[in-house]
Write a protein that binds this ligand. Structure first.
Ligand code: PEP
Ligand code: MG
Length: 889
């Protein structure tokens, strides 16, 4: 079996076999770009290694040796040669890029003998020894399990002893002694001797890369990004080129377009006289790529040309790593660059306009969920701010929170619902759990391609990095900054700061924020999405402002107005309670009469805001006890009253007794309304059937608002919706109530209007008897929150906090069904309902208004089963438009 491919034997399409990095190195080699020669060990070899209980498959190292011989022949160097040794890098390369998650080893092939050969070949002893000490450090850390801190410790000792600040100032003597110390420390702490045989080094490195596929941070990354565990990683073994041989050398990382904004301009950083990990690790702060034009003009020109070639070849923005060795440019990696949502949208739209890609491709290039980032907040530009310091604007958005220096603490506080800003000198993949929980990230070191920056952009979290003005002290738990007046100010753990990822500002305290606006490109992309999609997009909204916002985001109508939200308002609750507590129909009707004008006003506002589009208004749904105080609160109140009464006399006592009496009446009612299972109880249409006067009042409020608007010349399309129907007779009964009310309003006002009556499908029986229900319903709307609850028998209020955690750990649930629609169960019922419903009424309008209506995979399913529309919260409308278009492509 072929386990090993030379770069020239592969191509971009072989990504699943060669990993992303290997496939792209192969592709670059074959389009004639300057790539140091090398070979890729396949992902199949990694899987075979695990299948064989962590043993190399047969023939693997033999194939590596013969491929390496070809690399040697190309370069005229030999692996392990005492005179002119070939050195290699060993890197992991998974199918999906996993930044910073897997381990890399550079300078492999160095030992006590070849280091002399390297010194001779490069005429530079210091350089060769520095390579060797870096190699021992990296190899022992990754392969032998030595501690990174132990090396840093020794290094620091030598810097101090020699009285220098930087590693590259260490003398040849220091380096020789340091290498001896390194080796002794490795032997002492790991019990292993640092291997001198280059082939043994290589074998160990390959094994370590295979193993790193299953290290903790790789697993966490895969879990967060939903990358399957069984893909395996490839291993790339590539001839080393050196960016740290002098001032005509360097190394850098660049994006062909700005990954934050999408602007079409080279964007990146480089360091003169440095090796690759110096840039990515964020230890030295690098220079902007444009500076290279002055420092290394020829290389810069060639680099710009290659960037153009790569972008046209891949028809996508590229993220490129390069090294310059003695004035010669080498390409080390290219891949489609990660980008913010704003950049993704701009690049996609620009590339269509540049003729590089089609509109459909542009739509598929933007992840709908990422649009959420564009809807992020920013700091109000008119606000007065106390800017503490300014770093690099690494990831857009703004956030405020408590200063926290430790990822574990950030995680703990974040999970407890606190807002925190994780402040670190730099972040590493080990901090990922803290980053996930933080509102934003602030680092004092590292550039726009440092770990913190890359990860934050991907997660859509605000991030400011390389803020060198901060003097962070982890031990004391504070950071200090110089103030404008020349003093020093210290911020402690727990103090509140804000960061602005768009400008790099770090600000004291909480700051006023503005809600986002949509860019021109964003609108263009969504217009294209609208041309392509066949699924309608509406919004769930209960207030005229929400309806307006939804309309601005492109919603064509309201898919759900929850009228109970109008009952919850502080000034209405007493009247609603009056209605609930009423002892007779007359009393109840008196309370309803007070609610009528209020509801009419609500409906007037919302219908007007959505004039020209349908507005679906759902009649009262929740169990009535939700509008009353809880029994616990009432118990506390009455006990307190009784105590007060004992120590009071006269009029005051009388008043307290009256109050107690009232509370006791209320308690009686609360007890009477108590249900063991309110979500399966007296709610929805069941409420409408027991108290038809409530639904009649709501219907009247709707129709009177309609008449008002019709008279004012507005075009309105009300849809009256009955919730939680399980049996067609329930719907028939209530439809009659609505129709009689409509007829009465028309007669009283002399104004004719159009309306429809329909139902929510929220229980399995409704879905299964949809053919009967469709006789009475002009439309269906899937209430998939309840339908998921009633199909699984999972309480929508409890399941997530009680047992979903364990379910997901044990892989019993791949997705939370309250977020991602369960196609097999809930989806089957929906499909049945659509088919049966339309068999009865071919023009039946069908939509969805549960939370799933704004979730891309659920939207795709809705498209597939032929729904007319999805309805979601206003902020998710753009996401739904894009997802609906993607579903149609
Ligand atoms: C639903 O059940 O999906 C729905 C939209 O109604 P509610 O969430 O108000 O119960
Ligand atoms: Mg519901």
């Amino acid at each position: 079996k072929k386990w090993v491919y030379l770069f020239e034997e592969g191509k971009a399409e072989m990504k699943s076999l060669l990993g992303g990095k290997g496939a792209n190195l192969a592709e670059m080699t074959n389009i004639g770009l300057p790539v140091p020669p090398g070979l890729t060990i396949t992902t199949e070899a990694c899987n075979a290694y695990y299948d064989a209980g962590k043993n190399f498959p047969e023939g693997l190292m033999d194939q590596v040796k013969s491929a390496l011989a070809e690399v040697e022949a190309k370069l005229g160097k030999k692996f392990g040669d005492a005179e002119n040794p070939l050195l290699v890098s060993v890197r992991s390369g998974a199918v999906f890029s996993m930044p910073g998650m897997m381990d890399t080893i550079l300078n492999l092939g160095l030992n006590d003998v070849t280091v002399k050969g390297l010194a001779q070949a490069t005429q530079n002893d210091r350089f060769a020894l520095d390579c060797y000490r870096r190699f021992i450090q990296m190899y022992s850390d990754v392969v032998l399990g030595a501690s990174h801190a132990d090396f840093e410790h020794i290094l620091e000792e030598y810097r101090e002893r020699q009285g220098v600040r930087f590693d590259n100032e260490l003398s040849v003597e220091s380096l020789n002694a340091l290498i001896a110390d390194y080796k002794a420390m490795v032997r002492r702490t790991t019990g292993q001797t640092f291997p001198q045989d280059p082939m043994a080094q290589l074998e160990g490195a390959v094994r370590a890369v295979f193993s790193s596929w299953n290290n903790d941070r790789a697993r966490v990354y895969r879990q967060i990004n939903r990358i399957p565990d069984n893909l395996g990683t490839a291993v790339n073994v590539q001839a080393m080129v050196f960016g740290n041989m002098g001032n005509d050398c360097g190394t850098g990382v660049a994006f062909t377009r700005n990954p934050s904004t999408g602007e079409k301009a080279l964007y990146g950083e480089y360091l003169i006289n440095a090796q690759g990990e110096d840039v990515v690790a964020g230890i030295r702060t690098p220079l902007h790529i444009s500076r290279m034009q002055e420092e290394l003009p020829e290389c810069f020109e060639q680099f710009v040309e290659i960037c153009g070639i790569l972008e046209r070849h891949y028809r996508n923005m590229q993220d490129i790593e390069f090294t310059i060795e003695r004035g010669k440019l080498w390409m080390l990696q290219t891949r489609n660059g990660k980008r913010t949502a704003a950049a993704a949208v701009k690049i996609a739209v620009d590339m269509v306009q540049e003729g590089l890609i089609s509109k459909e491709e542009a739509i598929l290039r933007v992840e709908p969920e990422h649009l959420d980032q564009l809807l992020h907040r920013r700091i109000d530009p008119t606000a007065k701010l106390t800017v503490i310091a300014t770093g690099l604007p690494a990831s857009p958005g703004a956030a405020s929170g408590k200063v926290v220096f430790d990822a574990d603490e950030a995680e703990a506080l974040g999970k407890a619902g606190e807002k925190v800003i994780l402040v670190r000198m730099e972040t590493t993949p080990d901090d990922i759990h803290g980053i996930v929980q933080a509102q934003g990230i602030l680092t004092s070191r590292g550039g726009m391609t440092s770990h913190a920056a890359v990860v934050a952009r991907q997660m859509g979290k605000p991030c400011v990095c390389g803020c060198e003005a901060l003097r962070i002290d982890y031990n004391r738990g504070d950071f200090a900054v110089a103030t404008a007046s020349g003093g020093i100010k210290t911020y402690r753990k727990g103090d509140i700061i804000s960061i602005d990822g768009a400008t790099g500002r770090v600000i004291e305290g909480v700051v006023p924020m503005l809600e986002p606006e949509l860019t021109k490109e964003f609108r263009v992309l969504l217009d294209w999405a609208d041309e392509i999609r066949t699924l309608g997009v509406r919004a769930n909204a209960d207030k005229p402002e929400e309806a307006e916002m939804a309309r601005n985001f492109g919603a064509a109508g309201i898919g759900l107005t929850r009228t109970e939200h109008m009952f919850m308002a502080q000034d209405r609750l007493p009247i609603v309670q009056e209605m609930i507590l009423a002892q007779s129909l007359e009393e109840r009707e008196a309370a309803l009469a007070k609610l009528l004008p209020m509801q009419q006003g609500d409906f007037y506002g919302i219908l007007k805001a959505m004039a020209g589009f349908p507005v679906c208004i759902r009649l009262l749904d929740p169990p009535l006890h939700e509008f009353l105080p809880s029994l616990e609160d009432l118990l506390v109140d009455t006990t307190r009253l009784r105590c007060a009464i004992e120590t009071t006399d006269g009029d005051r006592k009388e008043a307290l007794l009256d109050e107690l009496n009232e509370k006791e009446q209320l308690m009686k009612k609360v007890r009477a309304l108590h249900e063991f299972n309110p979500m399966l109880g007296h709610r929805g249409c069941r409420l409408g059937i027991t108290y038809p006067e409530i639904y009649a009042m709501q219907a009247r409020a709707i129709f009177q608002a309609v008449v008002q608007l019709v008279d004012e010349g507005f075009d309105v399309e009300p849809e009256v919706e009955i919730p939680l129907v399980a049996e067609v007779k329930e719907l028939a009964y209530l439809r009659k109530v609505v129709e009689e009310t409509a007829a009465a309003v028309m007669t009283e006002t002399g104004t004719k209007f159009h309306y429809t009556v329909g139902t929510m499908i929220e229980v399995p029986r409704a879905a299964l008897t949809a053919d009967q229900i469709a006789k009475e319903a002009q439309f269906f709307s899937f209430g998939t929150n309840d339908l998921t609850q009633t199909t699984f028998g999972f309480s929508r209020d409890d399941a997530e906090s009680k047992f979903f955690g364990v379910y997901s750990e044990r892989k019993l649930l791949s997705d939370n069904p309250f977020i991602v629609l369960d196609r097999d169960g809930v989806g089957s019922l929906m499909k049945i309902a659509v088919e049966r419903g339309r068999a009865t009424r071919p023009d039946l309008l069908v939509g969805i208004c549960g939370e799933h209506g704004g979730e891309p995979s659920s939207i795709e399913f809705c498209h597939l089963i032929g729904l007319n529309f999805v309805s979601c919260s206003p902020y998710r409308v753009p996401i739904a438009r894009l997802a609906a278009a993607q579903a149609a492509i």
